[in-house]
Structure formats: C-alpha cells, structure tokens
Write a protein that binds this ligand. Structure first.
Ligand code: ZN
Length: 263
C-alpha cells in the first residue's frame, strides 16, 4: 500500500514537472507511462524506499566502488537498466588522457539524483523509443578530483577552466551532478556538436544560437541537446551555461548541508 501510494505520488510529481517545464510532457505522456508495464515497474523501483543490500552486487568490486556503496550511493543502472554507462575517466578517453577511475565501470549517484535520472530515462523512452541516456561521469570521489587537478600542469587560475578546484568541491563530489549524452540502443552517441569535456564555445549552451547561426553547430546537434535538456529538466535536474553534458540535481549549498563529500 505504501509502495503504491509512493508510486502514485511520483507519477504526480513527474506530471507536474513535465507540465511545468515542457509543453508536450503532460497528462497524455503520463497515461502512456501507466500503459507501459516496464515503465510502471521502473517507477515502482524508483518510488519504493531503497534497500541498498537488496540490490545484487558483483564480487571483486574495487575499493573505489566500495567507497561509493558505503556512502549509500546508488548504481543508476539498477534503478533503470535502460540507462547506459561509459565512464570516460575509467579509460584514457578523456581530456587528461589518463584512466582515473581504474576498474570502476558503474555510475553511482546520491539517491534522489539517481531517481531523477531513472525518471529522465522513462521520459526519454516514452517520447523517443530506442534513445538512451549515456552516462559519462557521475559521482566522483574527492580523491579523484585531486588527481585530476594535480594532473594539469598549468597555473591554478587556468586549471579552474577545466576542473573544479578540489578545495571548493564539485557537485560531482557529493554524487549530485551527472555528465550525460544521448545514444542509440547500440550505445553509439548521438550528434551533440562536441565530445565530452571539450572546453570551447561550441560546448557552451549560452552560445548555442550563435554557433548554430554561424554554421559551427548543426541543427541536429541543437535538436538532440534540446531533447536531452527537456527530459533532464522535467525529471528535476538543472543545467549550467558552460557544458551541455553537465546537470545538477541540487544546489552546492544544499549538497554541503545535506550530503557528505565522497572520499
Ligand atoms: Zn560534470
């Protein structure tokens, strides 16, 4: 009964957020959520109180992942298996050309952020079947933030353009920010205009109109960025003006007051 009540409440929240943030996500979409059994299952999963120990765990997880689990962070793929993950800092396919996360392969987030991402995927599946959220980075321990900071050989003032100073804590360090793109069912990323961690004007939503007008950013990239923003905002995330892939689930002040930094 409690679980059913929670599901109904969540449906109301999704509908409310959809109506508030987007014209086409509303009652019709909500009806489609209810008519799809897999979506109802996912909504139940994200609505029920989470029991971490109930989730299946793989053996031989590395110490980094252990710290995530001990911090009560949630593996987003367990909440919604339609979410795909390719942690770019687990390989050398990032702006540092270094694997920072070693063997970590799963994306962890603070519980409410993980639920929001699961809802964003439900909205995406409903409006664009076959399209998936692809997570490039999620919770990032402060120890990894320090490695990234120290790996850049340049004055601190310049480093701040590429990486948050670990002394200030990024929202990633609380599991409250996520870097995502869209991909197809095979995991191939959609056209977004730039790759992850490309720090020039084309990557910055504040310059999108100008970049599109001057032919540097395609109509397709603009369309895909809008689809991504629409579902993420409807699910409760907020955007930033400098990186199209980055979304926050709360303010830095709220995270500081309510969550611990992941060591
Ligand atoms: Zn980010």
């Amino acid at each position: 009964m409690t679980s059913l009540k929670a599901t109904v409440c969540l449906l109301c929240v999704v509908t409310y957020l959809g109506c508030k943030n987007s014209n086409s996500v509303g009652n019709e979409t909500n009806k489609r959520f209810i008519s799809s059994e897999s979506n109802v299952d996912t909504l139940r999963a994200v609505s029920a109180p989470l029991k971490i120990k109930d989730f299946p765990r793989q053996e031989n997880i590395d110490t980094l992942e252990k710290r995530m689990i001990e911090a009560n962070l949630i593996d987003v793929s367990l909440l919604n298996p339609d979410i795909k993950v390719n942690l770019r800092y687990a390989s050398d396919s990032n702006f540092l050309n270094q694997a920072i996360y070693k063997s970590l392969k799963r994306a962890y987030l603070e519980e409410s952020a993980a639920k929001k991402l699961a809802i964003a995927q439900i909205l995406l599946t409903t409006e664009h079947p076959g399209t998936h959220i692809l997570v490039w980075d999620a919770a990032r321990p402060i120890s990894c933030q320090r490695i990234m900071w120290n790996a850049l050989d340049m004055p601190s003032i310049e480093k701040g353009r590429f990486v948050s100073n670990p002394r200030n804590h990024s929202l990633h360090n609380y599991g409250c920010a996520v870097d995502v793109t869209l991909c197809d069912s095979s995991g191939a990323p959609k056209e977004m205009g730039t790759d992850f961690d490309q720090f020039d004007s084309i990557a910055q939503p504040r310059y999108e109109w100008r970049m599109n007008y001057t032919g540097k950013l395609s109509d397709e990239a603009i369309r895909n960025r809008k689809i991504l923003r629409k579902v993420m905002i409807a699910a409760g995330f907020s955007t930033i003006s400098s990186e199209w892939w980055h979304f926050n689930s709360c303010s830095r002040e709220y995270a500081k007051a309510n969550y611990a930094v992941i060591e």
